[in-house]
Write a protein of this length. Structure first.
Length: 197
């Protein structure tokens, strides 16, 4: 993340995203697939690390193997096989959704994972239970812990969608877009940017 200053002089937190060039690797139509969409691929990948099936898929679009593939249903103008899509499809000021994989935080306790408050500032008879998750089950009926009970466990690393992020600036010569706020994932990770519904 970084920050820029807007027209009023206020400091705005933002994230810089490299959004292209992407290559159209498949075009789906209502006639052949039952719906209209295009498939975009981004970032070159070594051919030896690509399966034969995917090599054929990319060869059909006359492009080199790519790392990430995503399908988009809302495009105003039709695209052709092998055509490049750049940041010029976005407009400054519009809103987008950003999808990515959140940073993994490993095994965490209930307080960090679920936001439990512990036993506050209790002193009498608390011993070392300030960060305890508390009771987890009922009595002899049902004599078990219900599924989905919020407990300690692995945190982060799941797919996250940040919605309604405003595009503050577009740098077409470098294929960069600057969105307001944060996006999921670590630096350099792959994300999907789509128009806000």
């Amino acid at each position: 993340m970084t920050s820029i200053y807007d027209a009023t002089g206020a400091q705005v937190p933002c994230t810089v995203i490299e959004a292209g060039p992407c290559v159209v690797t498949q075009v789906k139509t209502k006639k052949t697939d039952g719906y209209d969409s295009i498939q975009l691929a981004y970032d070159d990948k070594k051919e030896k690390n690509t399966t034969k099936a995917m090599r054929g898929h990319f060869a059909k679009a006359k492009t080199t193997p790519k790392h990430i593939i995503a399908e988009f249903t809302r495009f105003e103008e039709p695209k052709e096989f092998g055509e490049e899509v750049n940041v010029d499809v976005f407009i400054e000021g519009e809103y987008v959704d950003v999808i990515g994989t959140a940073k993994g935080k490993g095994f965490q306790g209930g307080m960090k994972r679920h936001g439990f408050h512990g036993v506050n500032d209790a002193t009498h008879g608390q011993h070392d239970r300030e960060r305890s998750p508390g009771a987890i089950g009922a009595s002899s009926d049902p004599s078990r812990v219900f599924k989905g009970m919020r407990m300690a466990g692995r945190t982060g690393g799941q797919r996250v969608k940040m919605i309604n992020l405003q595009i503050l600036r577009i740098v077409p010569e470098k294929n960069l877009i600057v969105v307001k706020g944060s996006v999921p994932g670590a630096k350099g990770s792959y994300i999907i940017v789509e128009r806000w519904k």
